[in-house]
Design a protein around this ligand. Structure first.
Ligand code: UD9
Length: 389
């Protein structure tokens, strides 16, 4: 029945974007006496996660033992879920919170579901409607939504995706906005973002999606070289640590004088680069959400996007990975100030920076009101040695 006293939340995360999008929740919960919110890091991308947390003054409370090698997604999910079981037995959280669509998030939802621990899904309802793009993220987030008891969805469009799946998505859905905007606005308020004085336009290029590895990234790099040859742009490309991405980018872009390759930027430096860029070329999900709030146009280097809201707001343009298409669209924006201005109008289709407060309010309400007929509390599906929950 309804819990009295402190509600124990366990966040489970493994990657940089999860850290960035869970940080506002962890920080907001710290000032609420009735919530005890802790973070378990799976080790999926340990260094990037730790670095992202540092920019918010955070670190994991618990760490799973690192995987000895980088297995396939489904083996990774199984390993994480297995490693989480004794942790969940020991920690006994009242709710497990996972963010987005990573293998860590799916593993956290699976392990909690087995023990009958309610699952909260932050960034629920995003759909490309194509299991192969992106893979395995689309599959992961569809399955997490089926397991979740509380679904925190960023926009009416993503809520509509969940409504369409109501036959199999049984949890309570709440439109909250994306916590990534909470993180962005908090970070931006700490930075001095004077406009850069240089005459040359800054282009920010990031690419790391699994489905782009190989031909996609080669085509993207060919476009970057042609844009760099214009002579009026500087391209900044933070290279994702995945060697399947970095080796190709280094080989193709490493020698051009107008292209600067760096390691992954710290979050605060990424926000600065996004704010200063004239144009962003990316296959990132989070950057598609952040750039509209910063008023920087984005060419989305994907064939499909689960952020149609940013397309509708006019801040994102879906261009895929065709070299000529990328060059044509980037050149149009660089050469036509009116067209650029139309795409550079700040907008907030993914929320206004209050998602984490709404999520914590909803969690408190869930436990104070207790189960209702249409939303009974879950039950243990895995026998817990010291007695069923
Ligand atoms: C299918 C899909 O779209 N899934 C997404 C994917 O996340 P992603 O595609 O957004 O991943 P990245 O692009 O790696 O991270 C982006 C973040 O990192 C910052 N950044 C970037 C470059 C850098 O050098 N330094 C940085 O700090 C940047 O500002 C931003 O905040 O998984 C998340 C987890 O579940 C999901 O939520 C999310 O939907």
């Amino acid at each position: 029945m309804a819990l009295s006293g402190t509600v124990r939340i366990l966040c489970i995360a493994g990657t940089r974007p999860e850290a960035i999008k869970l940080a506002p929740i962890l920080l907001a919960a710290a000032s609420r006496a009735d919530l005890d919110c802790r973070l378990c890091a799976t080790g999926q991308h340990e260094a990037l996660l730790d670095e992202a947390l540092e920019d918010f003054g955070l670190m994991p409370d618990i760490r799973l033992d690192p995987l000895l090698h980088d297995p396939s997604p489904d083996v990774m999910i199984a390993r994480f879920a297995d490693a989480l079981e004794p942790l969940l037995m020991a920690e006994r959280p009242d709710i497990v919170l996972v963010q987005g669509d990573t293998n860590s998030a799916y593993a956290g939802a699976l392990a909690a579901y087995r023990f009958g621990i309610p699952v909260g899904h932050v960034e629920a309802g995003l759909r490309s409607h194509d299991f192969d793009q992106p893979w395995p993220e689309e599959r992961n987030r569809v399955m997490i939504d089926r397991l979740a008891d509380l679904l925190f969805t960023p926009t009416p469009e993503s809520a509509a995706n969940l409504e369409f799946e109501r036959e199999v998505v049984k949890g309570r859905c709440l439109i909250t906005g994306n916590t990534g905007i909470d993180a962005l606005l908090a970070m931006r308020s700490r930075l001095k973002l004077e406009q850069p004085m240089g005459k040359r336009a800054l282009l920010l290029l990031t690419c790391h999606r699994r489905e782009n590895i190989g031909a996609g990234i080669e085509a993207i790099c060919a476009a970057a070289l042609r844009l760099a040859d214009r002579g009026d742009v500087d391209i900044l490309c933070p290279v994702h640590p995945n060697p399947a991405v970095g080796d190709t980018v280094q080989r193709l872009l490493g020698d051009h004088p107008a292209i600067k390759l760096t390691g992954a930027l710290r979050y605060r430096d990424a926000v600065t680069a996004m704010a200063h860029a004239r144009l962003i070329l990316t296959d990132s999900g989070g950057i598609q959400e952040e750039a509209p709030a910063l008023g920087t146009p984005v060419l989305v280097l994907r064939e499909v996007t689960e952020r149609p809201e940013g397309i509708a707001s006019g801040n994102l343009l879906l261009v895929g990975t065709d070299t000529d298409r990328i060059v044509v669209e980037a050149s149009r924006l660089l050469d036509d100030p009116a067209l650029h201005a139309a795409m550079a109008r700040p907008s907030f289709p993914f929320g206004r920076g209050d998602a984490s407060v709404k999520i914590l309010d909803a969690i408190e309400q869930y436990f104070s009101s207790g189960p209702s007929d249409d939303h009974p509390l879950p039950f243990a599906r895995t026998w817990i040695m010291d007695g069923a929950r």
